[in-house]
Design a protein around this ligand. Structure first.
Ligand code: NAD
Ligand code: MG
Length: 395
C-alpha cells in the first residue's frame, strides 16, 4: 500500500560541499542550489581569497562551515560572519580537512593542481565527487580513479564534454565503444594564423566567444591546452587509450561530445552553452533537476559544423598525444608546465605562443618519471615548476 512506502530517503535534502565556491563553476553551482533550496543543505564552502563573497554565499546558503585558503583573510572573514553559527577556518590544510567532512556530494571546483589533495581526501572520506577540477584528474588520474573504485564513490564529471560522454555512455556496452569524440569550440582564435597568434594580449585571450569562465581555463581554451587536458581527463575518467579519443572542432558549442559504438551509432548530448546544465546533471544525479538556463533555440534552424583540428596551428593537440603515449609522470609535467606558463602569460611576462613552447621544452627537459603515489605527483610538480619558470620567452 502506498502509505506504507518509506518516502523519507527521497525527500531528504542532499548534503553538499563546494570547494572553490567563489569561482565561475562555484557560482553557477550556487545559482542552481538557490533555485531549489529545499533539495540541498550546504556543509562546507571554500575559497582562496575572496572572503567577502564567501561570507555572503555562506549566509545565503546557511552553510555550516567555511574555509579561506589564504590565512591573511581569516580575521576579515570571521568578522563578516560574526553573530552567525557558521564556523570559520583558514589555510590549505583546513580546506583538505573540510573535504573530509561526510557529505552526499562534494563539488571540486578549485582551479589547478591546488585542488588535488582535497579531492583525494574527499574520495578517501567516502564523498562522491562532482569534478570540475580537471587538472587534478590530469595530474593523478590513475590514483584518483583507483581510489574512487576502492571507496566506491561516484566520480561525476562537470566538464561539459565529459559530462556529455558520461550521459552518452551505455555502461553495459563499454566494450563496444569505438571511440570518444571530444568537441572543441576552438576558442577565440579559431581562424587566426600562427603569425596573428604572436601578438595576442591577455585581454583578447580571456574573452571566450561561447563560455564565460575563470581566467586560467579561458587562456587554456585559447591555446587549445584545455582540449589537450580534456583528452587526458577523458582517457583516465573513461579508461580509454588515447587513440580511441578524437577531437573535432565544433565552433557552435552545441554538441558537447559524442560516443561512437562499433555498430556505427553515435550518441551525443546537446544543449545551449551553459555550464548550469552539466552542473545540474551532477547535482541531481541520478535524477534530473530543472534549470533556469536557456533551452536550445531551434526556431531559426541550427547550424552545426564540424571540422578536423589543425595541429600545426594548435600544437597542444599534437603534444598531448605523445604525453599520453609516454604516460607515467608526463601528464603531471604537462599540466604543471602549462599552469606556470599560463600564470606567466597572465602576468605579462611571456607572449601567448610562449605558453606551448614552454610546455614542450619542459617536457623535453624533464623526461619521464614513475608515479606510484601522491608524493610522486607532488615531487614532480615541484621540479616541473622550477624548470618551467626558468625557460625564457622567445616570441
Ligand atoms: P575560477 O578561477 O573562476 O575559480 C577558482 C576557484 O578556486 C575560486 O573559488 C578560488 O578561490 C579557488 N582557488 C583558486 N586557487 C586556489 C588555491 N590555491 N587554493 C584553494 N582554492 C583556490 O575557475 P573556474 O573557471 O570556476 O574553474 C574551476 C575548475 O573548473 C578548473 O579546473 C576549470 O578547468 C574547470 N572548469 C571550468 C569551467 C567553467 O566554465 N568555468 C568549465 C569546465 C571546467
Ligand atoms: Mg570542457
Amino acid at each position: 500500500m502506498l502509505y506504507e512506502l518509506d518516502l523519507s530517503p527521497e525527500l531528504k535534502p542532499k548534503s553538499i560541499s563546494i570547494l572553490g565556491s567563489t569561482g565561475s563553476v562555484g557560482k553557477s553551482t550556487i545559482d542552481l542550489i538557490l533555485s531549489q533550496p529545499e533539495s540541498f543543505e550546504i556543509n562546507v564552502l571554500t575559497a582562496n581569497s575572496n572572503y567577502k563573497l564567501l561570507a555572503e554565499q555562506a549566509i545565503k546558503l546557511n552553510a555550516q562551515h567555511v574555509v579561506i585558503g589564504n590565512d591573511n583573510y581569516y580575521a576579515k572573514l570571521k568578522k563578516e560572519l560574526a553573530g552567525t553559527n557558521i564556523s570559520v577556518a583558514s589555510g590549505y590544510q583546513a580546506i583538505i580537512d573540510g573535504a573530509s567532512i561526510k557529505v552526499d556530494l562534494l563539488i571540486s571546483a578549485i582551479v589547478g593542481i591546488a585542488g588535488l589533495k582535497a579531492s583525494m581526501q574527499a574520495i578517501k572520506s567516502g564523498n562522491s565527487i562532482a569534478l570540475a577540477n580537471k587538472e587534478s584528474m590530469v595530474c593523478a588520474g590513475r590514483l584518483m580513479t583507483n581510489e574512487a573504485k576502492k571507496y566506491n564513490i561516484d566520480l561525476l564529471p562537470i566538464d561539459s564534454e565529459h559530462n556529455a560522454i558520461f550521459q552518452s555512455l551505455e555502461k553495459a556496452n563499454i566494450e563496444s565503444v569505438k571511440r570518444l569524440i571530444l568537441t572543441a569550440s576552438g576558442g577565440p582564435f579559431l581562424r587566426q594564423n600562427r603569425d596573428e597568434l604572436k601578438d595576442i594580449t591577455v585581454e583578447q585571450a580571456i574573452a571566450h566567444p561561447n563560455w564565460s569562465m575563470g581566467r586560467k581555463i579561458s587562456v587554456d581554451s585559447a591555446t587549445m591546452m584545455n582540449k589537450a587536458l580534456e583528452v587526458i581527463e577523458a582517457s583516465y575518467l573513461f579508461d580509454m587509450k588515447q587513440d580511441k579519443i578524437d577531437v573535432l572542432m565544433h565552433p557552435q558549442s552545441i554538441v558537447h561530445s559524442c560516443v561512437e559504438y562499433i555498430d556505427g551509432s553515435i550518441i551525443s548530448q546537446m544543449g545551449a552553452s551553459d555550464m548550469r546544465t552539466p552542473i545540474a546533471y551532477a547535482l541531481s544525479y541520478p535524477n534530473r533537476m530543472k534549470t533556469s538556463g536557456n533551452s536550445l533555440d531551434f526556431s531559426n534552424g541550427l547550424n552545426l559544423t564540424f571540422e578536423q583540428p589543425d595541429i600545426n596551428r594548435f600544437p597542444a593537440l599534437r603534444i598531448v598525444r605523445e604525453v599520453l603515449k609516454n604516460g607515467q609522470g608526463q601528464p603531471t609535467i604537462f599540466n604543471t608546465a602549462n599552469e606556470i606558463a599560463v600564470d606567466r602569460f597572465l602576468n605579462k611576462e611571456i607572449a601567448f605562443l610562449d605558453i606551448e613552447m614552454i610546455v614542450e621544452k619542459t617536457l623535453d627537459i624533464m623526461g619521464n618519471k614513475q608515479i606510484n603515489n601522491l608524493d610522486d605527483v607532488y615531487n614532480l610538480d615541484i621540479e616541473t615548476r622550477v624548470i618551467a619558470s626558468e625557460i625564457k620567452g622567445i616570441n
